[in-house]
Design a binder for this molecule. Sequence first.
Ligand code: HEM
Length: 157
Amino acid sequence: MIDGEDIPTLIEWAGGPVAITRLINSFYDRVEADELLSPFFPGGVSQTHREHVSSWWIEVLGGPARYTERLGGYEAMLTHHRGLGITGEQRLRFATTMSQAADDADLPADPEFRAAMIGYLEWGTRLAMANSQQDAQPIAHAPVPRWGWGVAPPYQP
Ligand code: HEM
């Protein structure tokens, strides 16, 4: 729960870390078969990559800060995106593929949860795209974001 309030965190609502791991695996299974995204991962998406990105998402959605504490935090994530030259078309495919993967992985389909998740996805993919350009001058240091429900937490009469 979020401190002092009767509102679950996004990770609690999603079904915990195991649900996010399922989401990320479903996502990268699709990425491996995608003509716009698979070239980023020659030879397939490794187990290590899947685990690292799962840790990132678990932290962002309100779970343990494993990516910050053990995997290099924001700075490591930034390094991995530098120079990738992500195009607008690839960004959009990444975002829509993640939305499809949320269905594959049976994540909660209520409008509030999906809006919060897609909000983070839209923010994160736009930053990743900007930071991946050759002339990018990204913010060098920042915390791993902690995302919330935004304007529409679950409706609890
Ligand atoms: C919400 C958006 C995104 C998040 C949360 C995210 C997260 C991450 C993280 C945490 C890593 C580092 C993994 C590690 O520590 O080993 C990573 C690497 C990577 N990301 Fe993203 N990413 C996002 C968007 C994108 C997009 C839009 C693309 C391409 C279309 C992309 C392509 C990659 C690639 C190719 C790597 C691996 C680079 C390498 O190993 O050298 N990411 N991502």
